[in-house]
Design a protein. Sequence first.
Lengths: 149, 151
Amino acid sequence: MIDDLDRAILQVVQANAALSTTAVGRAVGLSQAATWRRLDRLRREGILAGRELVLDLETLGFGVTVFVGVKLATKGRVDLEGFERAVSAIPEVRRVQHVLGRYDYRLRVVARDLSDFERVLRRRIMGLPGVGEVEANVMLSEERRPGPL
Amino acid sequence: MLDATDSAILRRWQAEPDLQVTELALEMGLSQSVLSRRIDRMRENGVLKGVQGVIDWSALGYGVEVSLRFTLDKGEPRALDLFVAAAREVPEVTEIQTFLGRVDVRLAVIARDLAHWRQLYGERILTLPHISEIEALLHVAQVKTDAVLPL
């Protein structure tokens, strides 16, 4: 589906999506036009899905990131879509994943500090309809890896 | 450190990171040079660490994503360092987080399918050093993706 040059391009763009097409081409040894064609195809096929700003959360005042596992209560009928809508509407909840295993949902939550997190957890998350068992783990460090390119 | 305009720039740009500086300037009602200067300053003082390309692994044939949560062997003082160093060597690991709590480390791991997952799990995951307990959460669906920070 993709060849080694595509992989090389993806590696460069994954690390720095602010580079011009010419600069990407130079990094992988291709002309600007050839690089543009490949980037265009990678975008059209949905492989290169967009860009993301990498921000320093601590400098921006978000001192803690917490991963929260949520098990929905088994009693009564649980409204998955209702829960998903409500949890996604909480601004501090940045990522919501539906998972299979010990928990039903994994949330990634940002907060100013631990007491701010406690407020979000108690007032917003635990009050959502259908929430059962909840587990919180405070993140100490994070590393994004390039993946199998 | 950030004034209201900087915060507004970050909010707008985070919501649509594909915007070019020219387009962003137009939307914000700023001149391109003013916007570029502000972005440069946010890069210099470390607020903006970079702009990364996002790869959709499912479009490359990686249909399985698993969140693996590990508790490590508390008897070995260097367990965490050794574990993380070994996990970095596994290409299918896309994220590594360390925690304070019941879980010590989490890895996000992708695989092409369940057969590939089985092979990876046996050959690359269970062989990581100093594991005491593993718990797996199979990713079913992404409901909300790295949303804009509530700035």
